[in-house]
Design a protein around this ligand. Structure first.
Ligand code: NAD
Ligand code: TYD
Length: 353
């Protein structure tokens, strides 16, 4: 049977990408889903064991900066939709190696845009290029207000600057060549398969190992957390129903000061590990702040909710509990991703804080 659509998902072996791949493979058996991933330190095919045998799924190891590979994939697989998630995604790493972020997030995105433009050659009926971005491109809020789609782009870290650069190129390809693009900008995600360099899985891993819980600065920074499966459901809706050229903010109206989040997570971990209340919290250690640390992110997702009818389905206590349960049930996943280069990273990042 000829597939109804052939969709290229980039970065599908990463945290969010793997949840998007799983959702698309399961919800749309009539689609062909092609996952292109370079398998950097953050990419892990173990995230996709449960779908890798599906007849409508195919994995290709490769780099979004490889123009020849992209041309082949577009031609051979007759790609008519792209969901672009591949990126370098960690702010702390971007402070150490900004050029790697320019390479993947900007040059990689432009290489992919050019491949889509060449392959589709102006025949845009039924085609869609969906770029996954982040609320961090809007910069930092103080204690009031929200990011809307009209908030000026004002990135503050090398990571957010590279994502903002890619957003501008995506819009420019729409404006200049009419490439049928759509973009979304989501708040902080959490959930299973999250690499333990990011706050929530790092805390869970450290509590499991009885190691200090590094809180940057005074723990006063605020993030707006969304369960990763809710992000995947929003991506599904925007891919199918979003208006070409539009940007959609995605968020769950769920702001937490870091220290309050750490305390809640410690409580859940104590319960799940059968430890005395307060044991995990005794590991909290305040460390030197991240340079240029954005104070607050908070998303206004009204457009997505009112125009496309999406809303989040998982409340924070439930999502966080599910997340903790997943990590406790999958110690071998953590063991695999924290061996080798992770140890060096952790050593360098936290040794002198
Ligand atoms: P991740 O770091 O977990 O995964 C990134 C994936 O991209 C990995 O599988 C990696 O191997 C792959 N990759 C990296 N460079 C590549 C290249 N040159 N070619 C092909 N593949 C490459 O990231 P994530 O947290 O899943 O984020 C996915 C996307 O969502 C990113 O674009 C990120 O900016 C965006 N985003 C993330 C969050 C969040 O909270 N994590 C929030 C909003 C938006
Ligand atoms: P992170 O998960 O890196 O996401 P982002 O910087 O993209 O929002 O960090 C979330 C928040 O947690 C952020 O304010 C930085 C803080 N943080 C710590 O306090 N300690 C840590 O070890 C890490 C990784 C983050």
């Amino acid at each position: 049977m000829k597939p109804v659509r052939s969709i290229l998902i980039t970065g599908g072996a990463g945290f969010i990408g793997s949840h998007v791949v799983r959702r698309m493979v399961r919800q749309y058996p009539q689609y062909h889903i092609l996952n292109l991933d370079k398998l950097t330190y953050a990419g892990n095919l173990e995230n996709l064991r449960d779908v890798e045998g599906s007849p409508n799924y195919h994995f290709v190891k490769g780099d979004i900066c490889d123009s020849a590979l992209l041309d082949n994939l577009f031609a051979e697989e007759k790609i008519d939709g792209v969901i672009h998630l591949a990126a370098e995604s960690h702010v702390d790493r971007s402070l150490e190696s900004p050029l790697e972020f320019v390479q993947t997030n900007i040059i990689g995105t432009v290489t992919l845009l050019q491949a889509a433009k060449r392959a589709w050659a102006g025949k845009y009926e039924g085609k869609r290029f969906y770029h996954i971005s982040t609320d961090e491109v809007y910069g930092s809020l103080d204690h009031g207000g929200y990011f809307t789609e009209q908030t000026p782009i004002d990135p503050q870290s090398p990571y957010s600057a590279s994502k903002a650069g890619s957003d501008h190129f995506v819009k420019a390809f729409h404006n200049s060549y009419k490439l049928p693009v759509v973009l979304s900008r989501c708040s902080n995600n959490y959930g299973p398969n999250h690499f333990p360099e990011k706050l929530i899985p790092l805390l869970i891993n450290n509590i499991m190992q009885n190691k200090p819980l590094p809180v940057y600065g005074k723990g006063e920074n605020v993030r707006d957390w969304l369960f990763v499966e809710d992000h995947a459901s929003a991506i599904d809706v925007i891919f199918h129903k979003g208006i070409t050229g539009n940007v959609y903010n995605i968020g769950g109206n769920n702001e937490w000061k870091n220290i309050d989040l750490v305390m809640l997570l410690c409580q859940i971990m104590d319960q799940k590990l059968g430890k005395v209340a307060g044991s995990s919290a005794s590991l909290i250690t305040y460390v030197t702040d991240r340079p240029g640390h954005d104070l607050r992110y908070a998303i206004d997702a009204t457009r997505l909710q009112t125009e496309l009818g999406w809303k989040p389905s998982v409340d924070f206590q439930t999502g966080l509990t599910k997340t903790v349960e997943w990590y406790l049930a999958n110690p071998q996943w953590l063991e695999h991703v924290t061996s080798g280069s992770y140890r060096e990273y952790y050593q360098e990042m936290y040794a002198n804080r």
